[in-house]
Design a protein around this ligand. Structure first.
Ligand SMILES: *[C@@H]1O[C@H](CO)[C@@H](O)[C@H](O)[C@H]1NC(C)=O
Ligand SMILES: *[C@@H]1O[C@H](CO)[C@@H](O)[C@H](O)[C@H]1NC(C)=O
Ligand SMILES: *[C@@H]1O[C@H](CO)[C@@H](O)[C@H](O)[C@H]1NC(C)=O
Length: 843
């Protein structure tokens, strides 16, 4: 594992240990100690100047009142010792040298005095003449209010509305430039998942909570932007659920484009993890509780940095905000490509989603296996101004009032109603019931192991004779652990013919059991096969670069005595296809199917985007999606995979793949792109929906090719007629529509029109939500299902009447002709009973 890690860090990450944006020199930096006759220096070494009569900042025509109490030595900051009191309107005016984000920090302490009871004062503070910061405000103790606002004018005013008998007052003021990068305009909404919320740069924010999770509080002197971070102790409930972890702050690195200005290294260097982490039984959330006023939207910023894992891809967890799923299966390794790398995520929370108490939670995926842990390094909760541009109250600076709930609330409520009483968005994690024991006997291992299709010559080293295996293997490429031949001999009962679970041109595949009881799939190459070496190396090169929960992983290898043996994790439940049709296995539910598709999509998404160079799988099909003992889907068989170089959109290559799944554009142009995988995945989605092979020659001509047939039906609104009969009445129609829509987009004629795997993933998750939310009881969806299509059209279909003349533009000969070397063409007939997969499956 250590080797793999090293490999990743050296070659694929863009982290910078010493970012140049470490320090930020604010163009505007106004620090005022109000009511003080002289300047004051704070413990963080910043100096606040006096606002005496000669100061250019204050405009005020009332009686000058300054208060001072030098006796109170318990005050957190010396600026609380003096105050300026206004019994008429007063304005502080600042010249802005550079428009953009500015911190506004106001310090209040109602100093006791003979003339006024400042604790009972009630006043307003308006910024930039239109933003309400405080309304009818009565300060109680020494307190600081912090705001972040985008100043767009040359002058920035802070207005205090004092009156004769209820004066306003203030002890200190900061108006300080903040870096532009602090706020991004578009962020994710909390609900529904995937909703985007734009316009953050037009909003103003008030800090409600800023918490350094798992560590102590951080003073303004230790923050890159003078922020103060609270310790999380008082918010963590119960405290016993979590334990803190920390590393040295100098180990924390930032992604390219990231910066310590977002949060300093000391925030990321500490975290809370689950109290009894990494035990199988642990299944609970770590929870932090906050109090928020429900009449505003909030921006919640979550900070993460994997300082707990020993190696990459160990940590996956869910993040909930306000009791709703905010990030499902957060996979920090894939995002940051390394450990101890800072990452943050913003979530916009509409007022209707604000609960009391407001919870931020992290918890493990609801999967039976694997280590269970979840972390959080920091959280910031910022109130967002409402529709009348106020951060305090429903009345705007212009007297406009936000009638009832703000516009944002109405929209959110409307949406919530549309979705019905749908609370649990959290059901995205894979959840499976226990299956009958005989399942593992009836399933089969198939194509993923073999044959290892011939890799392209272009991918290989130019001279095959010079490719000494020993040299290849000894390179530090993360090949898993080395297994001795004797060990493997024993694991497979001396290569017992009864242990063979697959046979191919490359050699045999055996089910083996290692010393420690781990079941493995052992692929033993035939040393005589020169081609085999190439295949072996393609698969090795690919797998050595890839580690992901949704990719079948390599456990080890053996190259003793010119053997070529690869050892993989054993996938107990075999190919997904076997669970859809043809094997008589128990029917899997729509939800299970969605979860499997989501897993496979995650794996493909990782291939396309997760590694340094995009990798195209090239042979996406239902037999290459394998299911482990918990029905977690993993992509397998990288024998055909191709790297796409940095910055390249495609690779020109001989057409390979499986008939029925091949991208027509790839066929025509001989150019492979990641969208070819998306096409094939679209076919898989249809297989899942209709429970039939991609090619079924036994059917009437127009129905043979699933992709063509299903798309014809979809266009005619008759898709529900070809849906797996086992699902009829059990799919929420909205979920099915979303799913079919995703499949249709994947099957677009041109690659550019097809979605990315990331988009597909999103759509599938959405379809899963729709299924979950519709399920209120066990009566199913019978009444709604198929509404809109008459029985007449249904029977027409049943008769097999062709709707459109069948066109199959992809005869085998086309592929052969397109290639100089017909032997290179690897079009595999899915349907053939004598096909190699069929052979493999029936041992
Ligand atoms: C501030 O707001 C203006 C107007 O909405 C916008 O054009 C500008 O990009 C914003 N500035 C920053 C730094 O976001
Ligand atoms: C974690 O919290 C979420 C949201 O509050 C909830 O739906 C989920 O069931 C919780 N998980 C556990 C294991 O308690
Ligand atoms: C905050 O105020 C700005 C300026 O009036 C407005 O454009 C924005 O929509 C407000 N934000 C919300 C969430 O209503």
């Amino acid at each position: 594992m250590a080797i793999i890690l090293l490999f990743f860090i050296i070659t694929t990450t863009t982290v910078s240990a010493a970012p140049t944006t470490d320090s930020f020199k604010p163009p505007d930096n106004y620090l005022i100690d109000c009511g003080s006759p002289s300047k004051t220096t704070l413990p963080d070494r910043r100096t606040f100047i006096s606002d005496s009569a000669s100061s250019p900042y204050l405009q005020y025509n009332g009686r000058e009142i300054m208060l001072s109490d030098q006796s109170d030595n318990n005050l957190p900051l010396p600026i609380y010792k003096t105050a300026r009191v206004f019994n008429a309107e007063a304005t502080y005016k600042f010249l802005v040298s550079k428009p953009g984000w500015h911190w506004v920090r106001l310090y209040f302490n109602p100093i006791e005095n003979k003339e006024f009871n400042l604790k009972e004062s009630k006043f307003n503070v308006i910024a930039a003449d239109n933003l309400v910061l405080l309304h009818d405000y009565s300060p109680t103790g020494p307190e600081m209010k912090e705001y972040l606002t985008n100043v767009t004018t040359r002058n920035f005013n802070l207005g205090f509305s004092g009156e004769k008998d209820a004066p306003a007052f203030v002890n200190g003021i900061e108006v300080v430039s903040a870096p532009d990068m602090l706020i991004t305009d578009g962020v994710d909404g909390l609900f529904p998942v995937g909703k985007k919320v734009d316009g953050m740069v037009k909003n103003s924010f008030q800090k409600m909570y800023r918490v350094n999770v798992g560590g102590s509080s951080i003073g303004s002197g230790s923050d890159t932007l003078g922020r103060i971070w609270d310790s999380d102790q008082k918010y963590l409930k119960p405290q016993s659920a979590a334990k803190n972890v920390s590393i040295a702050p100098n180990i924390v690195t930032y992604l390219e484009g990231g910066s310590p200005l977002i949060a300093p290294p000391n925030v990321y260097a500490s975290a809370m993890e689950m109290g009894s982490s990494n035990t199988i039984a642990a299944n609970f959330n770590v929870t932090w509780q906050f109090e928020l006023d429900k009449s505003y939207p909030y921006l919640v910023r979550l900070h993460f940095c994997d300082i707990v894992s020993k190696s990459m891809n160990e940590l996956y967890f869910n993040v909930y905000v306000g009791g709703k799923m905010a990030i499902s299966a957060l996979d920090l390794s894939t995002i940051t490509n390394g450990l101890s790398v800072a990452y943050y995520k913003d979530v916009f929370v509409e007022p209707a989603m604000v609960s009391s108490p407001f919870l931020v939670q992290v918890g493990p995926l609801n999967e039976p296996m694997g280590t269970k842990n979840a972390i959080l390094n920091g959280v910031e909760i910022m109130r967002v101004n409402n529709s009348v541009n106020s951060l305090d109250g429903l009345v705007g600076a212009d007297g406009r009032s936000a009638s009832g709930p703000s516009r944002g609330t109405v929209a959110a409520v409307g949406f919530a109603m549309m979705f019905g009483a749908f609370a649990g968005l959290g059901a995205m994690a894979v959840k499976w019931q226990k299956r009958p024991q005989d399942w593992q006997k009836t399933n089969s291992i198939s194509s993923w192991l073999l044959p290892l299709h011939a890799g392209d010559a272009s991918f290989m080293s130019s001279s095959k004779t010079s490719m000494k295996k020993s040299a290849f293997y000894s390179s530090t490429m993360g090949l898993g652990r080395y297994l001795s031949f004797a060990e493997l001999q024993e694991a497979t009962k001396n290569w017992d013919a009864k242990s063979v679970i697959g046979v191919g041109g490359f050699g045999n595949v055996y089910l083996g059991v290692l010393d420690d009881g781990t079941k493995v799939a052992v692929k033993r190459g035939n040393p005589q096969s020169e081609q085999g070496i190439h295949e072996f190396q393609t698969e090795l090169q690919m797998l050595s670069k890839l580690r992901h929960r949704h990719l079948v992983s390599l456990i080890g290898y053996c190259d003793e005595n010119s053997e070529m043996i690869l050892v993989y994790e054993y996938m107990e439940h075999g190919p997904m296809r076997d669970h859809l049709y043809g094997k008589g296995l128990p029917v899997i539910s729509w939800k299970q199917r969605l979860e499997i598709c989501i897993g496979a999509a995650r794996g493909l998404h990782y291939l396309h985007t997760g590694a340094a160079t995009a990798i195209i799988h090239r042979d996406v099909k239902s037999t290459n999606i394998l299911l482990d003992e918990n029905f977690i889907a993993k992509m397998a068989d990288f024998g055909l995979s191709k790297d796409v170089g940095m910055g390249e959109a495609h690779v020109s290559t001989a057409v390979k793949g499986s008939f029925g799944y091949l991208d027509p554009e790839y066929f025509r142009k001989q150019q492979l792109t990641d969208k070819s995988d998306v096409y094939s995945f679209g076919v898989v989605l249809l297989e899942v929906l209709c429970a039939r092979p991609a090619i079924d020659p036994a059917l009437p001509r127009e129905q043979v090719n699933l992709a063509d047939w299903a798309m014809q039906c979809k266009r005619k609104g008759l898709l529900d007629k070809i849906v797996d009969p086992n699902l009829v009445g059990k799919i929420n129609p909205e979920s099915m529509n979303k799913f079919a829509e995703a499949a249709e987009k994947c099957l677009s004629e041109y690659g550019v029109d097809r979605p990315t795997m990331g988009d597909v993933l999103w759509n599938l998750e959405y379809a899963l939500q729709l299924q979950d939310q519709g399920r209120t009881d066990e009566t199913g969806y019978g009444s709604e299902f198929g509404s809109g299509s008459g029985s007449g059209s249904g029977s027409a279909l049943a008769n097999g009447a062709p709707l459109v003349p069948a066109v199959d533009n992809r005869p085998l000969t086309t592929a052969a002709q397109a290639n100089q070397n017909p032997a290179e063409v690897q079009v595999i007939e899915e349907h053939s009973g004598t096909g190699m997969f069929a052979n493999l499956n029936s041992r």
